[in-house]
Design a protein around this ligand. Structure first.
Ligand SMILES: C[S@@+](CC[C@H](N)C(=O)[O-])C[C@H]1O[C@@H](n2cnc3c(N)ncnc32)[C@H](O)[C@@H]1O
Length: 290
């Protein structure tokens, strides 16, 4: 089956067929963990071959890519395993790790129901307001979109772009900052005073969006922590590997990312401080109120 874009254009059918063949081989892997790794490898190879490419990828390019990516995945897995082995995991590594998948706004509820300890670190990169990045599509010639990543993973994708970006990028002011504040106001329930929130975020218009972002974090109950090593309030960098369509907007600020560090605001006279109002406990004291 040739790769078909949303407008019906077909191209690179042989490379696409090869990719589907690799996907089938990945699905045949018996061990579930190894199968997931194989699928992720195929997905990454597909992305490197198709997403934002101006030239149709040949089967030769794909076969080279699969060798490079597979080796990288294996090297990184070995590194990850070696790092994991450096620590002690009471009850074993698998029992110590839990993956909860949900809308960020529901995450605190899920953690509360699971009776997990309060969190010491929230490390995240939320969607970037106003910056055009498609998370659910790959883009090929002339910005044509394809749902191939979902097809490869045999998943249904029933959501629009705005579902993955905290609201429409065309109107970042309308929903984005309300959603951000709602997410963090809810996450505050699972924090303690010493919880650190570290975020990497980029803006299409940093001058107006950065203050709005900080305001939303403030209203959610978080204060910004200044970096003592930085002459500025924020750490900024030029974004590497930015997709070409975001590069076009780099002059408008889309090419910069910021690292923002926050902590839950200390409780005032009311006594409703972070981590106190939902019966959460200090790390390692599961089940007891502070
Ligand atoms: C800037 S990206 C960061 C991606 C990831 N941290 C990484 O480095 O690859 C923002 C991510 O937030 C996800 N996202 C958007 N809305 C979300 C929501 N309501 N809940 C959870 N994740 C969401 C998007 O799908 C996207 O993967």
């Amino acid at each position: 089956m040739p790769l078909v874009t949303l407008d019906g254009t077909e191209y690179a059918p042989r490379t696409h067929a090869l990719l589907l063949h690799l996907r089938t081989a990945a699905l045949d892997v018996k061990d579930p963990g190894a199968r997931r790794l194989a699928l992720i490898t195929v997905l990454r190879v597909g992305q490197l071959c198709f997403d934002c490419r101006r030239v149709p990828p040949s089967p030769l390019v794909l076969s080279r890519m699969i060798r490079v990516v597979s080796q990288l995945v294996l090297d990184q897995m070995e590194l990850y395993a070696a790092i994991c082995r450096q620590y002690r995991w009471p009850g074993g590594l698998r029992r110590s790790l839990r993956v909860v998948q949900s809308d960020a706004e529901d995450l605190a509820d899920r953690l509360v129901s699971a009776r997990v300890d309060p969190v010491s670190l929230i490390l995240t990169s939320p969607p970037y307001p106003g910056v055009h990045v498609l998370y659910h599509r790959w883009q090929v010639y002339g910005r044509k979109e394809t749902a191939l990543p979902y097809h490869l993973l045999q998943l249904n994708d029933g959501s629009f772009e705005s579902h993955y970006t905290f609201g429409s990028r065309k109107k970042p002011d309308a929903l984005y900052f309300d959603k951000l504040a709602a997410v963090f106001a809810s996450l505050r329930r699972v924090t303690t005073r010493s919880t650190v929130v570290a975020q990497v975020v980029g803006f299409s218009d940093p001058e107006s969006h950065l203050p709005r972002f900080r305001q939303a974090m403030q209203s959610a109950g978080f204060d910004e922590v200044m970096n003592p090593d930085s002459p500025d309030d924020v750490i900024a960098r030029i974004v590497p590997h930015r997709r070409w369509y975001a590069e076009l907007c780099a002059g408008q600020g889309g090419g910069h990312e910021f690292v923002l560090i926050h902590r839950p605001r200390r409780s005032g006279a009311s006594g409703h401080g972070p981590g106190t109002d939902f019966g959460f406990c200090a790390r390692g004291e599961r089940g007891r109120r502070r």
